[in-house]
Design a protein around this ligand. Structure first.
Ligand code: 5GP
Length: 213
């Protein structure tokens, strides 16, 4: 069975990092596709874990080689989703979480319309601003860019099939898990799983084919 593609977006500071980590930790059969980026590695990050950190030249080679399912320039850096990784992971039957910006989500939905899309909203602008400032991972210029971009990004929520407010972490995690689990039960995703059940009906059918007298 092929796993679902689950696209998660939010404005920077929406808190999706923590949320995604918790969903991955507590949901079986789910995994994360590590993107490529040209942005600087932050303290505490590890190459190959949060991202594959590459320079612009290498990123352009990867574009030319067709390695990206989608890529976008976000807050002044390039980010791209690895096509080979997503294919390998979904073929293994696992659901794959993709954390992308809103442009990336739109591009992915155009090429994979069956993907599950979830938008994560912060409870308010002041909360988003406080989270970003407390995180203290950006220079003040980068912080301004991210805050300014949040005004247009937040308006994109209705392009997504689902939306979750990330206020209380535990509640948001449970909501995400519910969405992911429900999607697994859509009939069109279960044709393979149901084949054995349908075959058992098929095998028994001949016993009932004669009209009773
Ligand atoms: P950050 O630099 O804070 O890790 O991420 C900045 C933005 O880039 C976030 O909105 C994040 O979701 C997005 N992003 C991360 N990976 C990808 C990707 O592969 N493609 C696209 N389009 N956006 C990404």
């Amino acid at each position: 069975m092929i796993g679902n593609l689950i696209i998660i977006s939010s404005p920077s500071g929406g808190g999706k990092g923590t949320l995604i980590r918790e969903v991955l930790r507590t949901t079986p059969d789910i995994t994360f596709s590590v993107s490529y980026t040209t942005r600087e590695m932050r303290a505490g990050e590890k190459d190959g874990r949060e991202y594959f950190f590459v320079d612009v030249e290498r990123f352009k080679d990867l574009i030319a080689a067709g390695e990206f399912l989608e890529y976008a320039e976000v807050h002044g850096n390039y980010y791209g989703t690895s096509r080979s990784q997503v294919n390998d992971l979904t073929s293994s039957g696992k659901d794959v979480l993709l954390e992308v910006d809103v442009q990336g989500a739109k591009n992915l939905l155009a090429s994979v319309p069956d993907a599950v899309s979830i938008f994560v909203l912060p409870p308010s602008f002041p909360t988003l601003e406080t989270r970003l400032r407390l995180r203290a991972t950006e220079s003040s210029g980068d912080l301004q860019v991210r805050l300014r971009n949040s005004f247009s990004e937040i308006l994109e929520y209705d392009k997504f099939r689902f939306a979750v407010v990330n206020d209380d972490l535990e509640t948001a995690v449970e909501e995400m898990r519910t969405i992911i689990r429900s999607e697994r039960h859509r009939t069109n995703r279960q044709n393979t799983a149901f084949k054995a059940i349908l075959d058992s009906f098929d095998a028994a059918k001949h016993r009932f084919e004669k009209e009773p007298n």
